[in-house]
Write a protein that binds this ligand. Sequence first.
Ligand code: NAD
Length: 469
Amino acid sequence: MCAKPATRIPEEQPQDQQPDELSVELDEDLNPFHIAQQQFDYAARYLPDLGPDIADYLKRPQRLITVEFPVQMHDGKVRTFVGYRCVHSRVRGPGKGGIRYHPAVTADEVRALASWMTWKCAVVDVPFGGAKGGVVCNPKELTKDDLRKITRRFIAELGDEIGPHTDIPAPDVNTDAETMAWIYDTYHMMHPGGNNLPVVTGKPVDIGGSLGRREATARGCLFATERALARGVVPGMDSLAGARVAIQGFGNAGAIAAELFKEAGAVIVAVSDSRGGIYRADGIDPAAAQEHKRRTGSVVGLPGTTTMAPGQLLEVPCDILIPAALENAIRADNAPRVEARLVVEAANGPTTPRADRILQKRGIAVLPDILANAGGVTVSYFEWVQNIENEQWELETVNRKLKIKMTRATDAVIDTQQRINSSLEQLEAERIRRGRDGPRLEPADLRTAAYVLAISRLASVTRERGIWP
Ligand code: NAD
């Protein structure tokens, strides 16, 4: 059961207030690729057997493709767009990762997201490497026809750089099943005559999509959270019954997490999207919030709720905080004000390394992205297998297999953390004996444990395969 709910209610903010998280002046390096590399380096210190040469190879992205292409827009004007596709690693299998449409997409963001995919696939033990793509654009200013043309031209420009056994895209921020259908169709037009369904996952169910893929990221979060609570990650809170949950981001990951966590017995006290947040101490009905967002474009203004500035959501007193929007939500400047007992990272990269250290010192556990949101890629893997076998699994089968994968991965991360922390003195002695630089090893948090698990798995396959030629 959960602790008594906190009583501080956020003050009302103007509804038209814009997102403030990324506009704050900070002295923290928020480049996502630098952050991904810092996370790797931090974890590698707990792996005395990992030589610096293999570490350097595993850390670097294998390749980054940049394409610049024209699209004739709905107003007749021609605009040139920039798109990226990065394969970080194919050590354990073909590249796998979503495609994001957002004005803030950069090469380094795509590199970071691709590397997180590598570690995530290894943590959840699916036979994929890591990849990611993005197009710099603002979908809010584009028509559906514009988006379809951007997608088709982007995929045509990538040509054979993607493929069912080399690099397999999926949905991410501002892309969905419909976008994946356009990707499949474009690739199929360019490669007629074969079974091209496995070239992309997250497709509509009637063209090879998997039942359960749409909900998979959120459902995976739920399974990982339930297991982590049952394993005692938050002292005194062993289940979701009555847990007060705040969710930043109300898209595929966040809105469905709100529904599933509520179904599992939690009370959703706050949710937000890019326009602002809403709070209700007695609980928000996620279905009503979704319907309000569908009608008005935002959750803000849902009757019976108090409006908050977007940044305020992260500071709402709650048991579980779920960042489900973009990178760098929880940083050195606001981490001291997080009032949750557990952070569950549905988003990729929502917590900076400095925020990690602050949360750890404050005793707030973080279920890291490379574990918590791995349900999406896990069901993408199931979709890929179904496509190759020309099968359609029952929803119950998909969810059962997802639960097994997420539970096993959560156990593996917690076991790794316990193993590291029970042998910290030996690890520290070994680190010094090998002349490795850096400060003394601190007890590992769950992110470090997840990285240690993932890096070990990649290092082991790298050794088995050998370095070609
Ligand atoms: P989405 O486009 O469906 O939703 C994103 C949501 O975030 C929207 O509601 C948007 O309004 C909100 N948002 C954007 N900026 C915000 C801000 N500053 N404050 C509050 N809300 C903000 O995207 P998604 O697929 O739900 O992805 C969200 C996160 O989950 C991303 O980090 C993504 O990489 C990660 N993720 C997604 C999947 C997947 O299968 N879709 C899988 C794994 C991880």
